[in-house]
Design a protein around this ligand. Sequence first.
Ligand code: IPM
Ligand code: MG
Length: 359
Amino acid sequence: MKIAVLPGDGIGTEIVAEAIKVLKVLDLDLTLETAPVGGAAFEAHGHPLPPATLQLAMDSDAVLFGAVGDWKYDTLDRPLRPEQAILGLRKNMGLFANFRPAICYQQLTDASSLKPELVSGLDILIIRELTGDIYFGQPRGRRIATDGHFPGSEEAFDTMRYSRPEIERIAHVAFQAAQKRNKRVTSVDKANVLETFQLWKDVVSEVGKQYPDVALDHMYVDNAAMQLVRAPKKFDVVVTGNMFGDILSDAAAMLTGSIGMLPSASLNAKNQGLYEPSHGSAPDIAGKGVANPLATILSAAMMLRFSLNQPEAAVLIEKAVDAVLSQGLRTPDIYSAGTTKVGTREMGDAVVKALAQAS
Ligand code: IPM
Ligand code: MG
């Protein structure tokens, strides 16, 4: 099994190094090949997603991704910015199904900004469509307006669009995920205003008829944002488009109090996947050895489960993470009084040790 390792920028290199340490203890037959991506690739090769990096990713069973981005690239032309690397990988690999679990670890309940009773035991799964919507819709650009409120002025525009097959396939992913969980799907749309999301709602309802064991409800995105902070435990699987999913998944992540704990997976139709922490490159703490590596380590677990067919190994990693939390080890982002503050490397070492003891 071949894994493309793309550490990227900022804390990406530090956290990916810990995940690799963990994977190596498991003694699976994995070939790891590293390539630059994001700002690091721009510095080395003049492009955030060099052809060799893309080729390596396409030829691998899975991609283990760190994070990309730094403020210093904000003034580059858009096609050269680090974020284009992740968008290019999603598009070229066809990674249309993005899984973003938001799980509140019992040991970290106090880290949430919500009252403990609202989040204790929280386990929801946001499924975000990842290759369509306004992110990729054409046409887009800038021009001089010929109509609208200010004809003759400069304007910018993007296109929100979804086709029936794009909605069908992500709906199937959501219903099938719900079948393995609490059998509830909430489809989030803006059908009261947008044509795109009226089609979304209609198609998700149609697909839902094939899954009579799963309860489906529909929610407008503004209401969904409110319900997520009002009563998050009412959700099981949330399925939504690319743009709404981007926003709602950040909100959901913060409910758990610790975006540094949350993994994610982006899959294509062949179960090839890209696995990355839900958080970004955090340039403000890069190189300081304080970043939380657990989201990346848990992403490696998701990789073993979804793309490499090693569910037992995935469970071992998840149990090891649980064990280090129970030992009271905390990186600064999840630290609270009475626990032990550790750095990135110590946290990785502790997971390695817990794994070695379990296996
Ligand atoms: C995410 C990020 C990306 C997105 C950016 C970095 C392009 O915010 O994965 O949620 O908007 O999809
Ligand atoms: Mg985002």
